[in-house]
Write a protein that binds this ligand. Sequence first.
Ligand code: HEM
Ligand SMILES: *[C@@H]1O[C@H](CO)[C@@H](O)[C@H](O)[C@H]1NC(C)=O
Length: 327
Amino acid sequence: MSSKKLTCVCLAFFLVSCQFFRLQAQLQVGYYSTSCSMAEFIVKEEVTKGFMSDNGMAAGLVRMHFHDCFVRGCDGSVLIDSTPSNTAEKDAPPNNPSLRGFQIIDNAKARLESVCKGTVSCADIIAFAARDSTELTHGIGWDVPAGRKDGRVSLASEALANLPAPTFNLNQLTQSFASKGLTQEEMVTLSGAHTIGRSHCTSFVTRLYNFNTTLGQDPTLDASYATQLRQQCPQGSTNPNLVVPMDPSSPNTMDTGYYVDVQANHGLFTSDQALLADAATANQVTQNAMNTFLWQSKFANAMVKMGYTGVLTGNAGEVRLNCRKIN
Ligand code: HEM
Ligand SMILES: *[C@@H]1O[C@H](CO)[C@@H](O)[C@H](O)[C@H]1NC(C)=O
């Protein structure tokens, strides 16, 4: 082979490998092991502190990763504050007032900036915090592939357009997750996050009082559970702060209580109850309800996959110095 030809072959091989690694390894477990070796430890410490003072923070941070990833990819855009000229994602109705845990991210970021300036992205902090929160609530942890960069854009309108609504039916849920590269089964698996945390009454009261023009109450909701929810969420209440646990028997444990609830028609949202709407998803609900380890492992895998959604890597984006502001 002439040396010219050999160069060519080598070059082609090099380009193909580059492409391969770009697809396979755009994120890396242990990404900060040399640049900021304490990064994951510091995040874990701050998440643990936050959890000790309010154990609902774990739910807040698991949800935060989901809400970050579904809007413009996992780029920390959910953390950016609104400005006089821009209403940011965090102020869109699905996030404000319900999304919580921002202070924990700020605390972690402040410490990370003091030990390794401009190194650890806000998007990665959220991804680590979601894993730590799952562990703190007795779920199975996972290695978090990292190396995400932070985005520079955050629009309330995009949060509204990309986050699934609690009124969604099975088709709408499946399509919403498919648009982010996630399967229907992964949607069922990730919905199990509703085994921790709470909901504001405002997110589901239509199911109790204004279901449709002929029925006040959603007939797919268990009647005695509905009675209980009506007591917790009185009709016409003007208190926007009323909340109920989503899995009342164990609201701080990553168990399979959520799937047991759904089987008993105690799913809080139309989108929870919708998992029983066809045989395939109903079957997954049954499997998950019966096997904690199965669900927890599927959840860990699905969270890793969700964490790849639309990530910015390499020279794209930036490492924000303050998670609330673009640099
Ligand atoms: C399948 C479509 C989904 C819909 C329609 C949905 C909707 C909602 C709604 C309306 C709330 C209550 C917010 C409030 O009023 O306080 C909520 C809470 C929550 N969601 Fe989802 N969600 C979905 C999927 C997910 C996924 C994929 C995750 C994470 C992997 C997740 C994690 C959570 C958590 C942990 C909470 C409790 C938050 C807290 O206590 O602060 N959800 N969700
Ligand atoms: C109200 O919901 C019930 C149960 O899903 C349904 O049978 C009925 O047709 C609905 N009514 C209207 C007006 O849509």
